[in-house]
Design a protein around this ligand. Structure first.
Ligand code: STX
Length: 339
């Protein structure tokens, strides 16, 4: 299955007249006009690509997980005539080398990679677009480098606090009991009281016979809970060996380390961002990143436009979410803001 059909809503890549799906709000598929591997001081090499208009407004897409990597369909939120669209894979994810590597893989390293990429591409300021873990990293990046952010588009807000990680691994069973049971029952009963530690131990094990089954279980759990309506294509996209491993291993690594930032630091740093034009798009029925975090962020950042999509879950390709994200980026291209 292609990455496009896997990540899009059902029927979205069929070319059919599915007017209700986000396929109609997304721009047509495009291919990059440039790509490369950014060198770092250590072992990591970072995949990046640019598509759209080389003279357009630079926009950087910050992917989720952490560890999910980017996909070609993510270019399609942006008008290719108006935007210079930058996708990059975070350390250890997607097409980065070495794949799944955890050495020197922390939030400050990812922030530094974004700055290095911005400089490498000769960009002064860019629009920062991120959903889920992408919203977490976008906030951390912007709080470290507010002067580099021309605007922010944030979706499915994840502040990655301990309460949100506990919700993701346990509380979510209030809505997805079957998926959470599959996650928990993979682990022997005497270790089930601490699923994060139990999964982390297996996911960092160098033996594929140990880490790969754990990765499949974790990734399919997460994908199963990401949409309002069941989307088997999304679940199978995260069933590939590589994607499942980077997603599960890197997520567990960031979660056991409390994302390498003090708890709640993202919310307490919001005042640094309040002069940046911003929009927050949130699905009412997001079970992975419950709306309470978006609500707290919107209250701490009253200048940001806050859009709640009444009939959507977590994924960026939920029809109403994709529609609002495209509309927000179109508005920013026209006016430099989201009002
Ligand atoms: N992880 C949040 C996140 O970034 C806790 C995320 N949630 N689901 C996804 O990413 C995929 C749809 C990419 C699996």
């Amino acid at each position: 299955m292609s990455e496009i059909s896997a990540l899009a809503p059902q029927g979205a890549a069929s070319g059919g007249k599915d007017d209700q799906s986000s396929a109609t709000s997304l721009y047509p598929p495009i291919t990059p006009y440039a790509s490369g591997m950014l060198e770092t001081a250590g072992v990591h090499r970072i995949y990046w690509e640019t598509s759209g208009n080389p003279e357009g407004i630079p926009v950087v897409f910050v992917h989720g997980g952490p560890g999910s990597g980017t996909s070609p369909i993510q270019r399609r939120f942006f008008d290719p005539a108006r935007y210079r669209i930058i996708l990059f894979d975070q350390r250890g994810s997607g097409r980065c080398i070495p794949h799944g590597e955890l050495t020197d893989n922390t939030t400050p390293h990812l922030i530094a990679d974004m700055e290095a990429l911005r400089c490498e591409l000769g960009i002064a300021t860019w629009l920062v677009f991120g959903g889920s873990w992408g919203s977490t990293l976008a906030l951390a990046y912007a709080e470290a480098h507010p002067e580099c952010c021309r605007g922010m588009v944030l979706r499915g807000i994840f502040l990655c606090r301990k309460s949100e990680i506990d919700w993701f691994l346990y509380g979510i069973r209030a809505f997805f009991p079957e998926a959470q049971r599959q996650l928990a029952e993979f682990i022997p009963p005497d270790e089930r009281h601490d699923l994060l530690t139990a999964y982390h131990r297996r996911l960092v094990d160098p033996d594929p016979a140990i880490h790969q089954p754990a990765a499949f279980r974790w990734a399919s759990f997460e994908a199963s809970c990401s949409t309002l309506l069941p989307n088997p294509d999304l679940v199978s996209a995260f069933g590939s060996e590589k994607t499942a491993l980077s997603l599960a291993r890197i997520e567990a690594h960031y979660f056991v380390n409390n994302i390498f930032l003090p708890d709640n630091s993202l919310l307490s740093g919001v005042d640094r961002l309040r002069r940046i034009p911003a929009v927050i798009v949130q699905g009412r029925y997001d079970a992975v990143c419950p709306i309470v975090s978006a609500d707290e962020l919107a209250r701490a950042w009253p200048e940001a436009r806050y859009v709640v999509v009444a009939d959507a879950g977590h994924s960026a390709f939920e029809p109403g979410i994709a529609r609002e994200l495209v509309a927000a980026c179109d508005a920013f291209a026209r006016t430099g803001g989201f009002a």
